[in-house]
Design a protein around this ligand. Structure first.
Ligand code: PBG
Length: 345
């Protein structure tokens, strides 16, 4: 019989109790505090979201997301220089196309805004910046839903299987343009399988998929929808994104996505969903990404602007909490701020 030493030790410690045990001993010396720290936040955990649009020399600030702007493709070279200078390893791109239609066809145009952006970033990058692309249709459809809508189910709703065909088209166009990872965010059933098989059939079997597997129907996406011009023009996303009250269902979503070939699992939003991050990590032990979303960012910025909170301490605490919950990486609009703070820390 093997002896599980750490567990045995911890039982003995627990038995010993006070005064033999004083947990404050390890909190006295600052260096010792650092040595027993269980979670760390590092710049290489961070993925910075960028909003790209058509035009030249356009930098359109997003009012509810201070410091963030929609940027035209020609501005990306200097942006990449700054991002790499800060040591941020990855970006995720969202495109705002010139024309929207009922099916979001601009999303699979090989000369579309995101496709151009991928090429511009690849040209400008000196440190192999990882380029992740959010794969969805809400920025590309005139009705703002995450796929073509139909009345097949008796109500106007996103047509799941028609969306899958278009997702495969979009994924292939992004792969051909040089994307390093595809991140489907539409919460369609079977989306990972559809994308995986399309990529494999065209020789992109090496391209990883980061699936927004447990994505909740959340009010925290408000500022993003302004930023990406992607608010639904009628109804909401509750027929495809998850009910915030559910947790077991998240595990079923994750299990299916893993079976379909997802390489990284995303939980979104992050702050109110630490329990989901932890359950996914404990159950599956796969790489987990958490999305610290636009509303979470905006709340901190607004309160800090009023002098009600300490922005730096609050942000580092939130992001460390997301790491502690079990996330390996965090998509966050704070990426540049954090990189600067960690440099001077
Ligand atoms: C696209 C998508 C959304 C976000 C990421 N990808 C918006 C939505 O689902 O409505 C939100 C990100 C954020 O709020 O920061 N489907």
């Amino acid at each position: 019989m093997s002896i599980d030493l750490p567990e045995k030790l911890s039982q003995e410690t627990a038995r010993a109790g006070f005064p033999a045990t004083r947990l404050r001993r390890l909190r006295q010396h600052p260096r010792l505090r650092e040595m027993v720290r269980e979670s760390t936040l590092a710049v290489d955990d961070l993925i910075l979201p960028l909003f790209v649009r058509t035009g030249r020399g356009v930098r359109q600030p997003i009012s509810s997301m201070p410091g963030h702007a929609q940027m035209s493709v020609d501005l990306l070279a200097s942006e990449v220089c700054e991002i790499e200078g800060l040591g941020i390893p990855a970006v995720i791109l969202f495109g705002i196309p010139e024309h929207k239609d009922a099916i979001g066809s601009a999303s699979w145009d090989d000369d579309g805004v995101v496709q151009q952006a991928i090429r511009a970033i690849k040209d400008a990058s000196k440190h192999e910046l990882l380029v992740i692309i959010d794969l969805c249709f809400c920025e590309y459809t005139d009705h703002g839903h995450c796929g073509p809508v139909s009345e097949r189910t008796g109500r106007v709703d996103v047509d799941n299987d028609a969306t899958l065909e278009n997702l495969a088209r979009q994924a292939l166009s992004l792969a051909r343009s040089g994307a390093d990872m595809i991140a489907p965010s539409g919460m369609m059933d079977g989306m990972v399988a559809a994308i995986r098989s399309a990529l494999d059939a065209e020789g992109f079997e090496h391209l990883p998929i980061m699936s927004y597997a447990a994505k909740y129907s959340s009010a925290f996406y408000g500022p993003f929808r302004q930023a990406a011009e992607s608010a639904p023009q009628f109804g909401d996303r509750r027929s495809y994104q998850m009910d915030p009250a559910n947790s077991d269902e998240a595990l079923r979503e994750v299990e299916l996505d893993l079976r379909e070939g997802a390489d990284i699992i995303m939980v979104k939003p992050a702050m109110a969903y630490g329990d989901i991050i932890r359950r996914v990590k404990d159950r599956f032990g796969v790489p987990v990404a958490a999305y610290n979303v636009s509303g979470e960012f905006a709340m901190v910025k607004a309160a800090a602007d009023r002098g009600w909170i300490d922005e730096q301490r609050i942000t580092l605490e939130i992001l460390t909490g997301i790491k502690r919950a079990g996330a390996d990486m965090i998509l966050t609009y704070f990426a540049k701020d954090v990189a600067r703070w960690l440099q001077t820390a």
